[in-house]
Design a protein around this ligand. Structure first.
Ligand SMILES: *[C@@H]1O[C@H](CO)[C@@H](O)[C@H](O)[C@H]1NC(C)=O
Ligand SMILES: *[C@@H]1O[C@H](CO)[C@@H](O)[C@H](O)[C@H]1NC(C)=O
Ligand SMILES: *[C@@H]1O[C@H](CO)[C@@H](O)[C@H](O)[C@H]1NC(C)=O
Ligand SMILES: *[C@@H]1O[C@H](CO)[C@@H](O)[C@H](O)[C@H]1NC(C)=O
Ligand SMILES: *[C@@H]1O[C@H](CO)[C@@H](O)[C@H](O)[C@H]1NC(C)=O
Ligand SMILES: *[C@@H]1O[C@H](CO)[C@@H](O)[C@H](O)[C@H]1NC(C)=O
Length: 297
């Protein structure tokens, strides 16, 4: 009898401990505020200059970085020439009415309530023509009292695979068929193979033996293949959730897919190509560079 009571008591204590913990977790969830300014910005790429719609003048746009369970308010001020709305990919619960277009000169505040989402999500304009330049990462880190379910990385890096068109994209471009881009980009850089002296190359500096978490976002309406020469990748997350670990030399990302990988900088000091290409072509790739820092003594 007494033993049974003890058992029940223990169970009760464990249960109330759990309740207490989850109340703590709830209390720690924060409210975060972001401001996005949609504006026309001038860029020179592929030897030509044009105006495109951006958030805060940057391509890709600014990164949102919050913790699991946070509530995020994003006030989008439309200072551009076209009506736009933003889609929060992978977020289960964001404000109703979020499909309404924000007219030029107006603003709208999205409320994004995070629940279990963890890892990498992203945001982009709903229309295809605007989405080509209006997009960015939405990163959900573990809550303050949580760890990653894998060895903690020394650093994390977002890589957004994008595309660039020489021609203007307008509201006439409600869809963009695969294979229409003039070049692919890594974090906005077309790389060194375009033959234009003004084009820049994405560089990622790493330390020997460091462990890196790379968040790869495919912002292109094509299946893309991504890899880092001589480095194997461990998949740890997909679609705003942790995933079973699996090892690979290259990632195949469906249109608009996101994959989180870990890699160890365990090769000879030097530099290695980072490549992204459509799965349909081996010649239309864009490259970046992974560079090992050389410690100067
Ligand atoms: C966008 O720019 C505005 C004005 O410069 C700034 O206040 C805001 O913090 C920026 N937003 C982000 C997400 O960087
Ligand atoms: C979404 O948020 C609203 C407003 O806070 C809430 O009433 C609703 O239950 C939430 N839905 C889900 C699926 O979490
Ligand atoms: C527009 O922005 C102003 C100033 O930042 C803010 O007070 C207001 O609530 C915003 N309106 C909407 C609909 O988000
Ligand atoms: C955008 O629309 C214009 C007009 O319909 C068309 O000529 C052009 O090919 C489209 N661009 C892309 C990338 O689909
Ligand atoms: C993506 O490509 C498919 C064809 O593969 C097309 O039907 C669809 O409309 C495109 N989506 C966008 C947003 O352009
Ligand atoms: C392109 O680069 C050249 C040489 O660095 C420079 O003189 C020129 O102004 C640049 N053009 C543009 C449009 O930025």
């Amino acid at each position: 009898m007494g033993e049974k009571m003890g058992f029940q008591n223990q169970g009760f204590m464990r249960l109330s401990g759990l309740l207490f913990l989850s109340i703590l977790v709830l209390c720690r969830a924060d409210v975060q505020y972001y401001d996005f300014f949609l504006q026309e910005s001038q860029f020179t790429k592929l030897c030509s200059t044009k105006n495109v719609l951006t958030v805060n003048g940057s391509f890709p746009g600014p990164e949102i970085r919050v913790q699991r369970g946070d509530t995020v308010f994003v006030n989008v001020h439309n200072q551009g020439n076209s009506a736009v709305s933003i889609k929060w990919e992978g977020v289960e619960n964001s404000t109703a009415g979020s499909n309404d277009l924000i007219q030029p000169g107006r603003n709208f505040t999205y409320e994004i309530e995070l629940n279990d989402e963890i890892g990498t999500l992203w945001w982009h304009a709903t229309s295809a023509w605007a989405s080509a330049t209006v997009h960015g990462a939405f990163i959900v880190l573990p809550a303050a009292n949580e760890d990653y379910p894998f060895p903690a990385p020394d650093h994390d890096q977002t890589i957004i695979i994008g595309e660039w068109f020489r021609q203007e994209l307008t509201e006439a471009n409600q869809t963009i068929a695969p294979g229409q881009a003039d070049a692919y980009t890594i974090n906005g850089h077309p790389g060194e193979t375009t033959g234009c002296s003004n084009d820049t190359t994405f560089e990622y500096q790493v330390d020997y033996q460091g462990l890196y978490l790379v968040r790869v976002i495919n912002a292109v309406n094509e299946t893309m293949v991504f890899g880092i020469a001589s480095h194997s990748l461990t998949i740890v997350g997909q679609r705003g959730a942790y995933s079973r670990r699996s090892f690979t030399n290259s990632l195949t990302l469906a249109p608009y897919q996101v994959i989180d990988v870990l890699f160890c900088a365990n090769q000879n000091l030097g530099h290695y190509y980072i490549t992204a290409r459509p799965s349909s072509s081996t010649t239309r790739s864009t490259t970046g560079i992974l560079r090992y820092t050389t410690t100067s003594t």
